[in-house]
Design a binder for this molecule. Structure first.
Ligand SMILES: Cc1cc2nc3c(=O)[nH]c(=O)nc-3n(C[C@H](O)[C@H](O)[C@H](O)COP(=O)(O)OP(=O)(O)OC[C@H]3O[C@@H](n4cnc5c(N)ncnc54)[C@H](O)[C@@H]3O)c2cc1C
Length: 516
């Protein structure tokens, strides 16, 4: 690839080409933009893996008010109600926008959009495509639209390594690819880099999703929010494949139940049973596994013989490992799946740094609170990409001449932090493990090597988790099992996390050394 960076100077740069990045680029057209992605378009993105679909109140028995109530209940007191209301109200129009862009959603024989049910939704409101291959269809249609849009300059195989800053505002992006390094000068950058699952051993996310956008923003000085809240999906296919294959909640929505090796339905007394919120089901599965049991999703009775017709993609990868879900229970375990936290953004997707926006999973809009309601993330990505695009479009381009670093940051690699993050920031947490993790991660953050950025993200998550001395939504502390009376969102910068970690390691050096 030969890039004349000068030619692209001043254009908004969107980093990441999942659903959030592609929708932002499409919504900005015909303004010329640069869409930069480290993988080929649509690959190495959670978007293409999405199964269940997008939540939108389209049913005759449904309304944005009901969708909002379910979202707030799942969020366990920590949602921003005004943002959540705006997003669920915009959801039906977002589905129309996607259809206009060529996404073919599943329809009933009468021609109506077919609506699925997922955990903690009080109504059928999950819009899906190709049964359980919603992400594949979304990415197919949006990638086609992107390639057809002449004003989108697509740079594939380029990894953003650093945001350049001038007078406390964004002034450019340093990126690296197989043909060398590139400096792109711009005062407008949108981060759409996805989640953090790749920081964990057990994850449904692409392994390249390890929070690079969070590191880029944090190193530029941005404020991040709610980083301690990681959603663990209760039913990832238990096997050696990484990312782990997901057995969508929609399968439980169609009647499948969780059993152990004795056929015992161990969650039947949990309020809501297998369709309780994800955090509750994930903890139930985690604890049953911790007692030495195996856990299976039993779809033999329901959806039973219809399994392959309703869930062709899941049936396909079950068959790859020699399982027929209509006849055999599927072995499952929890896996890191979705990050509620992210770059703190306002109602237009603006971060605390002038010229830096964020949308999709990397952003924390306040929609999800302490626990995301299933299928709200794709909806949020589509809706907020439109708001970000509008805000970027009304922000004037400016000429930028930032000072350049002596050398570009090395290619980040999360492999050396995965054990620490998985141990301390899993389904159940406790203060001692979090403090040990903070000490271990702090020692990696300043090395300026491949582990530094993933360690910085893990450190900010661990500091946020140790500071939240309560259990709420997806954040469960064994040493603080109760919920605090008042729900407060958390906000943190990298400097604050490092300061906190230094003080902690000064305060507890003996204890940390003993447990090392
Ligand atoms: C298995 C699975 C199933 C899911 N099912 C659903 C569902 O049914 N409904 C729902 O609402 N949500 C679902 N989710 C969550 C949802 O898919 C994600 O939250 C959403 O797709 C995130 O979109 P995104 O555009 O923010 O990020 P992604 O789709 O992850 O895209 C991120 C992009 O950023 C690029 N990138 C990252 N870092 C850099 C860098 N430094 N430089 C350049 N490029 C970079 C990546 O290569 C990628 O292109 C699911 C997630 C998974 C993993």
């Amino acid at each position: 690839m030969t890039i004349d960076a000068h030619d692209l100077s001043g254009r908004p740069i969107i980093i990441g080409a999942g659903i959030a990045g592609m929708m932002t680029a499409l919504a900005l057209a015909p303004e010329p933009v640069v869409l930069l992605t480290k993988a080929p378009l649509g690959a190495e993105a959670s978007s293409v893996l999405a199964q269940g679909g997008l939540a939108a109140s389209l049913g005759a028995d449904d309304s944005p008010t009901l969708h909002l109530a379910d979202t707030l209940a799942a969020g366990d007191g920590l949602c921003d109600p005004a943002t959540a209301k705006r997003i669920v109200e915009a959801a039906p129009a977002a589905i129309e926008t996607l259809e206009r862009l060529g996404v073919a959603f599943d329809r009933t024989t009468a021609g109506m959009i077919r609506l699925g049910l997922e955990a903690a939704h009080s109504r059928r409101r999950i819009v899906h495509a190709a049964g359980d291959a919603t992400g594949v269809e979304l990415v197919r249609a949006l990638a086609t639209a992107v390639r057809r849009t002449p004003t989108i300059t697509l740079l594939e195989g380029l990894e953003a390594r650093q945001l350049l800053i001038e007078d406390n505002a964004i002034a450019g992006v340093l990126a690296a690819g197989s043909s060398g390094d590139v400096a792109l000068m711009t005062g407008r950058v949108v981060l759409a880099t996805g989640g953090v699952g790749g920081l964990f051993h057990d994850t449904t996310n692409p392994l390249g999703s390890f929070g690079q956008g969070l590191a880029l923003a944090a190193r530029a000085g941005a404020v991040l929010s709610d980083l301690e809240f990681v959603q663990f999906h209760p039913t990832a296919l238990d096997g050696p494949t990484r990312p782990m294959r997901l057995i969508s909640e929609a399968v439980r929505g169609e009647g499948a139940v969780l059993i152990d090796e004795n056929g015992f339905r161990f969650l039947k007394d949990l309020p809501g049973g297998e369709l309780a919120t994800r955090d509750a089901v994930a903890r139930g599965v985690f604890r049953h596994l911790a007692k030495g049991h195996r856990v299976f999703l039993d779809a033999r009775e329901r959806p039973g013989a219809n399994f392959a017709a309703r869930f062709p993609a899941i049936a396909g990868f079950c068959h790859e490992v020699g399982l027929n879900p209509a006849l055999e229970p599927i072995p499952v375990r929890p896996a890191a799946h979705y990050h509620m936290g992210g770059i703190a953004v306002d109602e237009a997707g603006r971060s605390s740094i002038a010229g830096l926006w964020a949308c999709g999973e990397v952003a924390a809009t306040g929609l999800h609170g302490a626990n995301r309601l299933a299928s709200n993330s794709l909806t949020e990505a589509v809706v907020t990409a439109g708001w970000v695009a509008a805000s970027v479009a009304e922000t004037a381009a400016r000429s930028c001449r930032p000072s350049m670093p002596a050398r570009i940051a090395p290619r980040p690699d999360a492999s050396s932090v995965r054990s620490t993050v998985s141990r301390a920031l899993g389904v159940e947490r406790n203060g001692d493990e979090l403090r040990d993790a903070i000490a271990a991660l702090l020692s990696l953050v300043s090395n300026q090597d491949a582990a530094s950025d993933p360690a910085a993200v893990g450190l900010m998550m661990a500091v946020s988790a140790v500071q939240r001395q309560e259990s709420r939504g997806a954040h469960y502390r064994k040493d603080f099992a109760q919920k605090a009376a008042v729900a407060r969102r958390s906000f943190i910068s990298l400097d604050e996390a490092i300061d906190f970690a230094r003080k902690l390691t000064d305060e507890f050096p003996m204890q940390l050394a003993r447990s090392a």
